[in-house]
Ligand binder design. Structure first.
Ligand code: TPP
Ligand code: MG
Length: 398
């Protein structure tokens, strides 16, 4: 009896606790250009090396290297940069607005811009998108006016959801962006269902969806994967792994011993793990995933981004994609193109000092759009004085 075996419950241990120095040394990375680019019709089970490795194009000197370099035109790169900066600027205005108490709920796309922007640019306008709350970049690429997103966040009279949804649960029927649900991961089976319907109708469109790595622990994730594989639905399934899921780390979602992308081949869905901070890698992987989706094969794609606290992954197939953003650096800030685009070029000037000044959030469209500011609380300047319609930007700079 002395040698009796006893089971032992394993509870994943987070690499750091609040206040500790963040340590991402547990992440398995690969240098840029290290991954080969196989044919898009590679059998799903043979994609395991892609799903366990990491596709990167931009090296540490910001040079594009390796087989996954999409060799896109400079105009495309500039458009991508503009969309990412617009997303960043939008976020940097909305986050303080939420902290001021003017928005009841807000979720940041901060440092995850490339995930949405690059994939939206690789997709076609007819493709249907099923986002999470951090995919504001999709709206930037598809051209939704910022003022519409702001009004939804502010729950004012021009809220597209008419007050029936929480802030950040945007949608856009004309832009083919499905509404966000507060119940995590519901978009996974919804995207698969849309893709199945598209296949029944013989369309040449795919669906794409994004969930966080924490959400991938939901049952909806597994249901979506099974249906996608069984019916070879033309859908790109992305798991965006930012290493955190409100208070818990990725270990509790099943990311302790293998990558999220590696789940794909187990379902019969091709998987690929991509650096989600690498806009070129995401763009190329998404283009290939789209081709694979339309060809009727299944792929599963993960993106991993780790920066200060955030890493993202995504799945796609031909179905699914899973990307992984895995670069510590913030490429937007370091981009040498950054000087091309400033706040002033995109939004109206702010006072420069008072970053929390609500009127600094005003855009050209706001006055023209005929919004009823009386219902919105965002019409005071940083000194607390009411600002009437037509006043130029922040009262601090007159
Ligand atoms: C079904 C369900 N469970 C729990 C929550 C509460 N919740 C909201 S966001 C979140 C964390 C999600 O983490 P992750 O999927 O990694 O996405 P991230 O916020 O990191 O992008 C949780 C647990 C919810 N909204 N829905
Ligand atoms: Mg997360």
């Amino acid at each position: 009896m002395a040698n009796r075996l006893r089971t032992r419950l394993h509870v994943p241990h987070p690499p750091a606790r609040p206040g500790d120095r963040t340590d991402f040394s547990y992440l398995k990375l690969q240098p840029a250009g290290a991954q080969p680019r196989p044919d898009v019709k590679l059998p799903a089970q043979a994609t395991l090396p892609l799903a366990s490795g990491l596709v990167r194009v931009l090296d540490d000197e910001h040079r594009a290297v390796g087989a996954w370099d999409p060799h896109v035109e400079p105009e495309v790169l500039q458009a991508g940069l503009r969309h990412m900066l617009l997303t960043r600027i939008f976020d940097e205005r909305m986050q303080p607005t939420q902290r001021q108490g003017r928005i009841s709920l807000y979720m940041r796309p901060y440092r995850e811009e490339a995930v949405s922007v690059a994939q939206a640019m690789a997709l076609r306008p007819g493709d249907m998108l099923f986002p999470s709350y951090r995919n504001q970049g999709l709206y930037m690429v598809r051209g939704r006016p910022l003022v519409d997103l702001m009004c939804q966040l502010l729950s004012n009279t021009r809220d597209m959801c008419k007050g029936r949804q929480l802030p950040v649960m945007y949608h856009w029927r004309q832009g083919k962006i499905f509404s966000i649900s507060g119940n995590l991961a519901t978009q996974f089976p919804q995207a698969v269902g849309w893709a199945m319907a598209a296949a029944i109708k013989g369309e040449d469109h795919v669906a794409a969806t994004w969930i966080g790595e924490g959400s991938s622990a939901e049952g909806d994730f597994h249901a979506g994967m099974v249906f996608a594989e069984v019916y070879q639905a033309p859908v790109l399934l992305n798991i965006v792994n930012n290493q955190w899921a409100i208070s818990t780390f990725q270990g509790f979602a099943g990311g302790e011993r293998s990558t999220f992308a590696a789940r794909g081949p187990g379902y019969g869905v091709a998987g690929i793990r991509v650096d989600g901070n690498d806009v070129l890698a995401v763009y190329q992987a998404s283009s290939e995933a789209r081709k694979r989706a339309l060809a009727g094969a299944v792929s599963y794609h993960e993106r991993n981004k780790y920066s200060t606290k955030n890493t993202r992954c995504q799945y796609f197939f031909s179905i699914a994609t899973l990307f992984t953003n895995a670069c510590r650096r913030d490429r937007i800030r370091r981009s040498r193109f950054r000087t091309l685009w400033t706040f002033r070029a995109i939004l109206r000037p702010s006072c420069g000092k008072h970053t929390e000044c609500a009127t600094c959030c005003r855009t050209e469209e706001r006055d023209d759009a005929g919004i009823d500011y009386r219902r919105s609380r965002v019409y005071r300047d940083c000194a607390g004085e009411p600002v009437g319609r037509g006043r130029p930007s922040c009262a601090c700079i007159g």
